[in-house]
Design a binder for this molecule. Structure first.
Ligand code: SF4
Length: 369
């Protein structure tokens, strides 16, 4: 938080507003929702633009305004027709929420879109960005409208290194916009930030040489514009519970299994293990049942040997490992078919085992050898 406060202290905000707004005044794209400041039009356009490109939205917006030119007409519209107007735009909850919010505006506010942050935020589907956009563009209120574009632009100008993937980071950027916004022209200021992000300060390599606010930009000064914004994608990891066993026979050989030739840890060797897909059986019983089904033999498992957690990039194995014996002979054909074999302790060295199995063996040796 300190970093961006420092940048806010040094930036010449008057000059920044001037450079940004005069660029927008002369360079902005003529988009249909910019024809006037009707809050209903601004609202519809902002909802359409969520998750959808400007080029795609333009014909939809124009048709929508033909079908429902005023808030009143939209509020009265039949749901079938509303959905038809949205057909192909996707994320249909957007238009359902919009429709019910517009009905509420008609019923509660006499058809006038509210102009206070408190009231507007209560409307269905109106989040902080949409609220800020309507209030600043249609009503001239100095409210921030922070979306991904604005976070990218301001993270560069003010050298904000907070992770924009975190929801709370938005607050930092709202503070920044409140400090910088031109109270005389909130509409152009917020739209100019968005426009700059769309046309010049784009993801990847921004066009800094064409940028109207280059001289205010800390990232440009330091040459780090391509490193910003910071966005740390959370990897979705899946946790897989497994039960494994280091099994020996009467000769003291170990039962090992070759993994499939494709996929995770392909062609490496492992000790028999099964993914636990039921909580109904004790882990030992589950292992015995699975092994019996697969190889036709019964194993006798001892106490828990070790619990191993192994983290891959996308999943986590939690392996409860037992030691045990198989007291009976095994069918060679079945073993071969399922890629199992017995190997002596010395020969084990010649087989490649992934780390978690090496850890199991180390725990086994510690207890038994
Ligand atoms: Fe973005 Fe470059 Fe302009 Fe800075 S100078 S705001 S990085 S386009």
């Amino acid at each position: 938080m300190k970093e961006e406060i420092n940048a806010l202290k040094t930036i010449d905000s008057k000059q920044f507003q001037h450079d940004l707004i005069s660029w927008f005044a002369s360079e902005h794209r003529d988009l249909p929702w910019r024809e006037n400041k009707d809050p209903y039009r601004v609202w519809v356009s902002e909802i359409m633009l969520q998750q959808t490109r400007v080029d795609t939205v333009i014909p939809y917006f124009n048709r929508f305004m033909e079908w429902f030119p005023t808030l009143d007409e939209f509020a009265e519209a039949d749901e079938e027709r509303v959905l038809k107007a949205w057909e192909g735009l996707g994320y249909y909850s957007r238009v359902r929420n919009l429709h019910s919010a517009v009905k509420e505006v008609k019923a509660t506010y006499g058809g006038v879109v509210p102009d206070t942050p408190e009231e507007i935020a209560k409307l269905k589907g109106v989040g902080p960005y949409t609220a800020g956009a309507i209030l600043s563009i249609a009503y001239g209120k100095p409210e921030p409208a922070v979306d991904g574009n604005v976070m990218r632009v301001l993270s560069r100008i003010l050298l904000i290194r907070e992770d924009i993937a975190k929801p709370k980071t938005r607050k930092t950027f709202e503070v920044a916009v409140r400090a910088l916004i031109d109270h005389e022209n909130t509409s152009f200021f917020n739209q100019a930030l968005m426009e700059l992000g769309a046309l010049i300060c784009t993801p990847g390599k921004p066009a800094c040489l064409l940028c109207p606010v280059q001289e205010h930009c800390e990232a440009f000064k330091e040459g780090v514009q391509s490193e910003l914004p910071i966005k740390i994608q959370k990897k979705k990891t899946r946790t897989v519970p497994l039960v494994a066993a280091i099994l020996t026979n009467h000769k003291g050989e170990f039962l090992i299994h070759k993994r499939p030739s494709e996929g995770l840890l392909a062609n490496l060797w492992e000790f028999p293990n099964f993914e636990i897909h039921t909580g109904l059986l004790a882990k030992r019983d589950f292992f015995n049942q699975e092994l019996k089904e697969l190889l036709g033999v019964t194993s006798e498992l001892g106490e828990l040997l070790v619990k191993i957690e192994h983290v891959f990039s996308h999943l986590v194995w939690n392996v409860d490992t037992f030691s045990g014996v198989i007291p009976t002979e095994m069918d060679q054909n079945i073993m071969k078919k399922h890629q199992f074999q017995w190997v002596s302790e010395i020969d084990l060295e010649q087989y490649a085992f992934p780390v978690p199995y090496q850890k199991m063996m180390a725990a086994f040796k510690e207890k038994n050898m």
